[in-house]
Ligand binder design. Structure first.
Ligand code: SF4
Length: 303
């Protein structure tokens, strides 16, 4: 029996559902029940009624959010080491320090944060809804973390003052993209449309025809009449883009833009996770309660 068949059998026996992020390996995306970005997967996790186990093939903060939003389910992360470095960049102490400096300002945190940090914010956002969330606030200045590039992007879009916390937070994978590489690709493929993630640098965002989250890029590629796209985000998304749009061509803006943390999850680890029901992700009650409020507020605003 192939590994894929073994996973399918175990999944049925254990009444499990597999949620995979757009940056997962192609073979994981192909066996997942749902593939999506963090907000799409959080919604799926929150509304999951049937399954007893949610295998969250992604990184730590996403599995934590699933455990917070659906506490009655067992949430498993196939690889214990799959931790997002950007999420580790914002500690509770750092948030407290900024709150002392600006006690009246709302704190908005990107979902790419640990649950302990979320517990100290007023509302969460994703890259897909950050602009909408900031616009909904009755405040002209906002503390925002941990991604400085997303903070800059939202500031430009909303016209509000966004103070990044920490001042230097970033995604190491999206920082690999360089506008010079896009210029070279554009010379080669002048008809190509450039799509980039808001976690990319300002130079990359300025070089783009479209800036959006992975789910927004999927929609844009589907609806656009263009036939060729240069893609500025983690290479895993190209699998989904190609699968959804077989007649269109997708070129990575930088081939080596691979998130090593996302790629720690493998088919083998997913199988072991299901078989041994590990690694169970849990969040202490007091933290989960507070973090859940911040996530629910986001859902209230974004529908
Ligand atoms: S791509 Fe960047 S933000 Fe996403 S998990 Fe990897 S390091 Fe974190």
């Amino acid at each position: 029996m192939s590994l894929t068949d073994k996973i399918a059998k175990l999944k049925k026996e254990k009444r499990a559902v597999i949620l995979a992020h757009n940056y997962q390996r192609p073979e994981i995306q192909d066996i997942a029940d749902y593939v999506g970005d963090s907000i799409e997967l959080s919604r799926k996790a929150m509304n999951e009624q049937e399954a007893e186990i949610i295998v969250f093939s992604a990184v730590d903060f996403m599995a934590e959010s699933a455990a917070i939003l659906n506490p009655s389910k067992k949430v498993l992360l196939p690889s214990l080491g799959a931790r997002c470095p950007m999420a580790q960049m914002l500690t509770v102490d750092e948030i407290k320090r900024w709150k002392v400096l600006y006690p009246l300002l709302p704190v908005v945190l990107y979902v790419n944060t640990l649950a302990s940090a979320k517990a100290y914010c007023d509302i969460c956002c994703t890259s897909a809804n950050a602009v909408e969330v900031i616009e909904s606030l009755n405040a002209e200045t906002v503390l925002f973390g941990p991604d400085r590039n997303l903070a800059e992007y939202v500031e430009k879009k909303t016209g509000k003052k966004i103070i990044p916390i920490p001042e230097w937070g970033f995604c190491p994978t999206h920082l690999l993209f360089q506008p010079e590489d896009v210029q070279v690709l554009k010379m080669q493929y002048p008809d190509a449309v450039v799509m980039v993630h808001p976690e990319c640098s300002l130079g990359m965002r300025d070089a783009a025809d479209f800036v959006g989250s992975t789910s927004q890029m999927c929609r844009y590629a589907r609806e656009s009449p263009a036939k060729r796209f240069i893609v500025g985000t983690e290479e895993g998304l190209l699998h989904r883009l190609k699968k959804d749009n077989p007649k269109k061509e997708f070129i990575p803006a930088y081939e080596a833009a691979v998130c090593p943390n996302m790629k720690l999850n493998t088919l083998e680890k997913l199988y072991v996770a299901l078989k041994e029901e590990k690694y169970a992700v849990t969040v202490p009650d007091a933290i989960a309660r507070q973090a859940r409020k911040a996530l629910e507020k986001m859902f209230e605003i974004t529908g």
